[in-house]
Design a protein around this ligand. Structure first.
Ligand code: NAD
Ligand code: G6P
Ligand code: MN
Length: 439
């Protein structure tokens, strides 16, 4: 049987991740054949930098694949099977504010956690809804694979506001950590492991890790993490290095499970703030690092007219997105961690919470795997955090200042309501071009 060929739109075409995903898709045409690839963005100038280089890469690697770049929604979203969505509403300029404003008050300043994540959530909700609506208008049968952040808040917003939409929310952090676990104990691939995991996005724990024969791998992984965290000696970025190392302190809080690295922002917030340079945050590092490197390499490719010798690599870490598309396209029933409505999968947790749990993915979407009851430590933390996420979405829908103030106040990262209010008032001012007016 000839395999059907698919049409894919990458939304947020101007993203620093786009060249890596394009190369990844082109490297996997045998597993996931493409007939068409489109880049869509609402910033033509930015997207063109990336798109002009991608056009050369596509011509060299797979000239038979039709390649289009557009800022026109109809062109971008017509005749497609999948949207891979990685938009950043407000771009790095706003990420920098999300990080720096809370830090002024000695509060975590982070892309997806605490007040910064809340601010980004308020910007992202309308951006993701907009592209979801375009997809449904122009390609009603298509699926959106969303990894635009903050994924937890975006997922809650789409659950509430677009309950019937074909959108799957996914994060690369568990996949990345699982690769580290595999390496730590000498496996070739994370795919040699079957995992049980529960939590919220950027807020979860592994409870069971087995090899394909069913042997328990967790004790060996825990033994490694107790000493090294998730540092497997291969990450060159100093700030991630620190994150992987400090995971050992997070793990120490529950010796039975393995934590997501993002829990450090909630468990060790003060230490995190203390060693952050308030004038030079992650956004600055990314702008001067990844963004500069990717964009200058794209310019070089365009000037040379060839991608020969390029250092732009296939984003193999993003192969889970191809796995997800394949699971839907070919009904593979692959087991993957997705951010989905709880509906009893975690028995003693809120029904409507968007939780991150293993699911079997197939042509008709996902089937969640039940995780049973969770312990009080995790449950308490998750209830606090899910309240933040739900309050943000309610604040967005009701344009409610009070609910957003409650969201910041509930966040474990914020010490008290007075500081919550001060941070919120600054965030409102900084986000006036993006947020609905609150009253
Ligand atoms: P980036 O700023 O380089 O790229 C984002 C692009 O989105 C920009 O070109 C911007 O113009 C575009 N954009 C913004 N609003 C848009 C809209 N309404 N419609 C269309 N395009 C729009 O950002 P990046 O660092 O490459 O990250 C992209 C996104 O992917 C972010 O949301 C980031 O948090 C997310 N991300 C998620 C994961 C995950 O695990 N879930 C992993 C990596 C990155
Ligand atoms: C991980 C997370 C993403 C997040 C990214 C930030 O991959 O899962 O959700 O966007 O880290 O990375 P950065 O290099 O932009 O700080
Ligand atoms: Mn993530």
């Amino acid at each position: 049987m000839r395999m059907k060929k698919f049409s894919v739109t990458i939304a947020g075409g101007g993203s620093t991740y786009t060249p890596g995903i394009v190369k990844l898709l082109l490297n996997n045409l045998d597993k996931f054949p493409l007939r068409q690839l489109k880049l869509y963005d609402n910033d033509k100038e930015r997207q063109d930098i990336v798109a002009d280089a991608c056009e050369i890469i596509v011509k060299e690697m797979a000239p038979e694949v039709s390649f289009t770049t557009t800022t026109d929604p109809e062109e971008g979203f017509s005749d497609i099977d999948f949207v891979m969505a990685h938009i950043r509403v407000g771009k790095y300029a706003m990420r920098e504010k999300d990080e720096k404003i809370p830090l002024k008050y000695d509060v975590i300043g982070q892309e997806t956690c605490g007040p910064g994540g809340i601010a980004y959530g308020m910007r992202s909700i309308p951006g993701v809804l907009e592209i979801l609506d375009y997809m449904e208008k122009y390609s009603p049968e298509a699926w959106m694979l969303n990894y635009s952040n903050p994924a937890a808040i975006v997922a809650e917003a789409t659950r509430k506001l677009r309950p019937n939409s074909k959108i799957l929310n996914i994060c690369d952090m568990p996949v990345g950590i699982e690769s580290r676990m595999a390496k730590a104990i000498g496996l070739k691939s994370r795919k040699e492991m079957d995992v049980r995991y529960y939590g919220l996005n950027h807020f979860g724990w592994w409870t069971d890790i087995r090899d394909k024969e069913g042997n328990d791998l967790k004790p060996r992984i825990i033994e490694y993490v107790k000493e090294h965290g998730y540092d497997v000696g291969d990450h060159h970025d100093a700030s991630w290095q620190h994150t992987f190392q400090i995971a050992k302190d997070v793990q120490a809080l529950d010796s039975e499970t393995l934590p997501n690295t993002y829990l450090k922002y909630y468990m060790y917030g003060d230490q995190e703030v203390a060693h952050t340079d308030k004038n030079y945050t992650r956004a600055n590092m990314v702008m001067e690092g990844r963004e500069k490197n990717v964009f200058s390499e794209c310019n070089r490719i365009v000037e040379a007219g060839t991608s020969e010798g390029t250092n732009l690599k296939a984003g193999d870490h993003a192969s889970y997105i191809v796995d997800l598309a394949r699971a839907i396209a070919y009904n593979t029933h692959e087991r993957m961690l997705l951010i989905v409505e709880n509906k009893g999968a975690i028995n003693n947790f809120e029904e409507t919470a968007m939780v991150e749990i293993p699911c079997l993915v197939g042509a008709n979407g996902y089937e969640p795997l039940a995780q049973g009851n969770i312990p009080r430590f995790q449950k308490g933390l998750m209830e606090q955090q899910v309240a933040v996420e739900k309050l943000v979405v309610e604040a967005y829908i009701e344009k409610s200042y009070q609910k957003l103030l409650q969201a910041l106040t509930v966040s474990k990262t914020v010490p008290n309501a007075e500081i919550a209010k001060q941070i919120l008032d600054e965030l409102i001012e900084a986000n006036k071009d993006f947020w609905p007016e609150l009253h």
